[in-house]
Design a protein. Structure first.
Lengths: 365, 365
DNA sequence: CCGCTTTACTAAATCGGTTTATTGAATCAA
DNA sequence: TTGATTCAATAAACCGATTTAGTAAAGCGG
């Protein structure tokens, strides 16, 4: 395949051109000290102006390492990259990749199958994103025994997992709305990432957090709709909210993107945010501080998560065993998209938060 | 490297377990019709419960294809992913990757060297981003003769390039401010991507566009500062603007991210946007519609750019020659961050634009 | 029953490197 | 002078697949 009928220059070509063995050429690149001055220079020079480059796959095969880590993504690239969450995560991972001279392979499902994609991928280890414990891809990772770190998932006997305190963050978010006086709430849930799978572990934990606060306050059953983490999905979710007397006064979204899309749709429909509708997001993406009004949301340390995952994977690739760390802290960031519902006196707003992990902050400079 | 002293299961293991040759096992996966029913099933079954997976590097070596395309990025992942531009581009590329069962390798400089990274990368082709024509990495791509498509660069004799009408868009942006009555302008330029390199082709073309309009209007020499495409860089750029009588009333930024950061800094400093300072961005990222006020900016079709680049690369990988397409159209999107400068009557705002490619639009729904 | 084509399978070459074991020459201590 | 070391370089094995060129047995027409 390719119009390059000019066959690639191999190590053998360089060797014969320099009148030495393949070994010598290989040494010139990998163990220069094992060669004499003269030969070293001659080989290197010849290699350069012949335009020789070691074939990466051949190298990977004989060295048993490819210098690449795979990022296993259970969704289509076009949808998952619509959420800045992934950019942030990659920023964190990227720092460590650069530090360790690794490149990063994006591995989305091929032909609908993650397992197929895993086979293709020539990598030294995987970081997997949001995989359900019963995903077949996970089983495959265990079988082939490749170093793996799970992010936003559940630790398996073989692989460590990195998580944030999803439940605590969600609980703080719900408690915040309850403290403000809201009783009629809606939840915008994350969809399952893979067809006919249940909720992702992350979604489940956030659900649990919301419920914990709601149950404690004896709030009425929240209306729940599902929306992908995109603005358009969030806007669609707004349409799905009950109208009339069961109209929610507050919305708990499991992603900032859905929250922002929903806020836009609400505003287009003539609602005032937060007066007519309070909205709390999840993630605290950079853009959450820039919407109008700025979004109240649960911050999770996404970049740090990426860093940590990469660091742990690199340890595992070196053969060291590593244990799952404690979940990273989440924290509620109160901005302008939440207020007491219409009809509730504003003084309530000044109530001290009952949970200790809230933080009020404005737009970060 | 690795704690997997349990050596990987190879094709030979499966072969001997099934009592057949390696060839038969290979056929079972790749040419099933060349095997008898009975053997086929036995081999496949054994392979499965032995947990056999063909080694990707070995496969890549003998098939001379890796099923991967590389995205060559001339900057650190942590900086380039701070700009949603890249996410958009990847969304476009991703669509075609999925269509053709390809995975995508991110290839940033390793140890400061893109060339080194190119060597490592086991890919069937490259899409390169914003490379200067004199970048050594480009020369290397030509030497090893790997299919390549250049994005935001200049077409080389060997490789086609995909570009947008950078100059036209910039000219429209500048003309817009001039039409509003601004005469004292500042330009926020994109920095060179690689150390001690000149401006990127993209930056140069946008400069040319700004200048064309400014010269035509005999506007005074614009003050120029450089800022990376991040909000913090944009905020820093604001500090670099002249104060006092040479204070610009309008800013032309070469990226939305810098524009948004600058806008925030200006607002924190007590300026009203657009009344005290008009700002025009470049890119029209989704978030540009969500800032307050919404950002006037030059839209370029980023996702389409990614799609097109991937489509062309795939053609090249199939051996077909492809020519550089015409630059894609850019269009000015007027939102709320621009208005006549203080002291100029507002009627000027109603002036018809002198260039034909402007568009007025609100926040997109 | 004989030559001819299929069918089902295999031995060996190949892809392009790295790595181990070995060799021949030069250097050195005794 | 001799035996032990070091140095520079190489031959050959190896990594784990695919692919080419065959081969033995079965099927078939005449």
């Amino acid at each position: 395949m390719g119009l390059d009928w000019v066959s690639r220059i191999t190590i053998a070509d360089v060797a014969s051109a320099a009148g030495v063995s393949k070994t010598a050429v290989s040494f010139a690149f990998n163990n220069p000290e094992k060669l004499g001055q003269a030969t070293l220079e001659r080989v290197l020079g010849l290699a350069h102006n012949l335009g020789y480059t070691p074939h990466p796959a051949a190298r990977a095969l004989s060295q048993r390492r490819s210098g690449t880590i795979g990022l296993l993504i259970p969704q289509r690239l076009s949808v998952v990259f619509a959420n800045p969450f992934l950019s942030e995560l990659i920023q964190g991972m990227g720092e460590l990749c650069e530090e360790h001279d690794l490149t990063m392979l994006l591995v989305p499902p091929l032909d609908g199958s993650l397992e197929g994609a895993i086979r293709q991928a020539s990598v030294d280890g995987f970081i997997s994103l949001g995989l359900s414990p019963d995903d077949r891809a996970l089983a495959m990772l265990e079988r082939i025994g490749i170093p793996t770190v799970l992010v936003d998932s559940e630790a398996s006997p073989m692989h460590p997992a990195i998580n944030v305190d999803d439940e605590g963050g969600a609980e703080a978010a719900a408690q915040h709305l309850l403290d403000l006086g809201h009783r009629e709430l809606a939840i915008i849930a994350l969809p399952p990432t893979r067809a006919h799978a249940g909720h992702t572990p992350t979604a489940a934990r956030r659900f649990a957090g919301y419920r914990a606060a709601l149950d404690r306050a004896h709030a009425s059953e929240p209306h729940t709709v599902t929306a992908g983490a995109t603005m358009t999905a969030g806007a669609r979710a707004f349409e799905g909210l009950p109208k009339g007397k069961r109209r929610p006064t507050g919305v708990l979204a499991m992603s900032d993107m859905a929250a922002i899309g929903l806020m836009a749709a609400a505003q287009s429909a003539g609602l005032k945010v937060p007066d007519d509708l309070s909205i709390v997001g999840y993630d605290d993406l950079p853009m959450a501080a820039w919407t109008n009004p700025a979004l109240t949301t649960v911050r999770q340390p996404i970049v740090e998560k990426g860093r940590l995952a990469a660091r742990m994977l690199i340890q595992r690739m070196k053969g060291r065993a590593v244990a799952s760390p404690l979940p990273l802290a989440t924290i509620l960031v109160v901005r302008g998209s939440t207020s007491p519902p219409a009809g509730v006196p504003h003084e309530l707003k000044a109530n001290p938060p009952s949970s200790g992990e809230k933080e009020v902050t404005g737009r970060s400079s």
